[in-house]
Each structure stands twice: as C-alpha cells, then as structure tokens.
Design a protein around this ligand. Structure first.
Ligand SMILES: [Zn+2]
Length: 272
C-alpha cells in the first residue's frame, strides 16, 4: 500500500487564532495533527518548513563542529566554560526546531504556549551561558569581582526572560533583552580598553550583537512579507531571515568564545 501523501494545506483563516500571528503569511499552514503528523511535516513543503531547516541545519553544524574548536585538555575552569558554551550554541536552534515542528499539534493553544516558552528559554540560555566566557575573560583569576559580575548579569537575564515571556507583542519581547545586551557591550568595551582576554575575540562579539539586533528588528518589522502579503509564505519571510541572522550571530559568538578559551587555557590562574 502506498504511503499517504502530504495533507491539504490551509489558508490563514482556517487555522486556530494562536497560529494566526503573522497577518502577511496567507497560506501554506499545516492542519492540526498528532506528534507523528508533526514529524512527518519535515518531509513536505509548508510554511514552517523553512523555519525548521534554517535552525535545523545550524543545529547539526554546532553539534558536530563546536567541540573540535575548543582547547584540548584545558584547566578545569576552561573545560566548564567550554561545556557551557556548547550548551549555549545548541540550545536556541534545538528549542526553535522543537517549537516549529510541533506548533501545529492538535493539543492546541496550551501546548503552543509551552512550546513558545521553550523557544524563549533557548534564547535565554544563549544570552546567559553565551556571555559567561566574555565576562570571565574580563576579570580572569579574580573570583570575587567575576562572581559578582556574573550574578548581576544573571539577574538581568532572569528579568529579561520574565519580561519576554509576559510581553505583549514582538517589539516588547525584543526590548526585554536590551538590558543583557547593553551589559555585554559594556564588558566588551571595557575589555577593549584594558586589553584583557583574547583581543581577536572582540570583533566577533561586536558582530554577534549587531546580527542579533538586526534579526530581532527584521522579525518585528515583518519585512519583506509586509510589502507583498502571500508572496513569502514559504521562503524568505522575516522569521526565516531572523533565524539565519541568529544562527550567524551564534557562529560569531562561537568564534569569539573559542579565541577567549584558548587565551584562558594559555593564561591559567596561579595556584595559592
Ligand atoms: Zn523561530
């Protein structure tokens, strides 16, 4: 017996309200389905397919390539930083793929809200863990001040996640992450001024911030589909562009952190 073909796709007005969040994506919606049906949608064209693969392919790349770029047999502190960095690189695309694959599950709005929270947790993890090596290399071998800076940054990230989960709309969700971003920029600026950590890490860090901001703005503006509603339902809409910019941002974060961790491995703290 032949396998069933892909299901008939739906117009925007035929899907539940919680999936109608982009008024400029008019068609190509998957019908509600079981978990297996959601997984089967990996193999036919619909309006979430680009969102799934623009984070699915980077996810595989980060899983395979990040460990090999980190120092081999480093001191314990650097090894822990490397492990946190690996989680920071993998968490956002992994959470995003799960969100986009299962958002059309027939369990409805309740499951959708949990998936959206998971997606935001991935962003929060790269925000939090991603910055730890940046801060560590600003205050190397000074556990007191470094711990205080990390605690302050962690509190800012917690407040950002709280604000993002409760935000009404994409603009406020983006604005919620401004506090941690300004803190990171201040640390990168300070490091540039005093010359601590790997100097060649600073440019990738600055590019990462620019890419993340650009991705967020594109997503908020809903460009280009705003200009031609329905023409970008499947490819090249704002959410896919945001995914690509975020993946590029994580790649730049990785380049910066890899340089910093090699620097930290070459400058171990003196033992008492
Ligand atoms: Zn997404």
């Amino acid at each position: 017996m032949a396998a069933p073909g892909p299901p008939r796709l739906l117009e925007r007005s035929r899907v539940p309200p919680h999936l109608q969040f982009n008024p400029f994506v008019l068609g190509g919606y998957r019908p509600a389905s079981s978990g297996f049906g959601c997984l089967r949608s990996l193999f036919y064209l619909h309006n979430e397919l680009g969102n799934i693969y623009t984070h699915g392919v980077p996810l595989v790349g980060f899983l395979l390539l990040v460990p090999g770029a980190l120092p081999r047999a480093p001191p314990a502190a650097v090894a822990w930083l490397g492990l946190g960095h690996y989680v920071a690189c993998v968490a956002p695309p992994l959470a995003s793929v799960v969100y986009h694959v299962f958002m059309s599950h027939r369990a409805g709005a309740g499951l959708y809200r949990r998936l959206l929270a998971l997606d935001l947790c991935g962003v929060a993890l790269v925000n939090t863990l991603g910055a730890v090596p940046i801060i560590y290399c600003a205050l190397p071998c000074r556990p007191g001040p470094c711990g205080a800076a990390l605690a302050a940054y962690g509190a800012l990230c917690g407040a950002a996640l709280w604000g993002a989960v409760g935000a009404a709309g994409r603009g406020r969700r983006l604005a919620a992450f401004a506090g941690p971003a300004l803190f990171r920029l201040a640390v990168v600026g300070l490091r540039g001024a005093v010359g601590l950590g790997a100097r060649r890490a600073l440019a990738p860090y600055a590019r990462m911030e620019a890419l993340a901001l650009l991705g967020g703005l594109v997503n908020v503006a809903r460009v280009p589909e705003r200009w031609r509603p329905g023409a970008f339902d499947y490819w090249a809409n704002s959410h896919q562009l945001m995914h690509l910019l975020v993946a590029l941002g994580i790649l730049h974060l990785h380049w910066g952190v890899a340089a910093d961790l090699h620097w930290a491995a070459r400058h171990p703290c003196p033992t008492a």
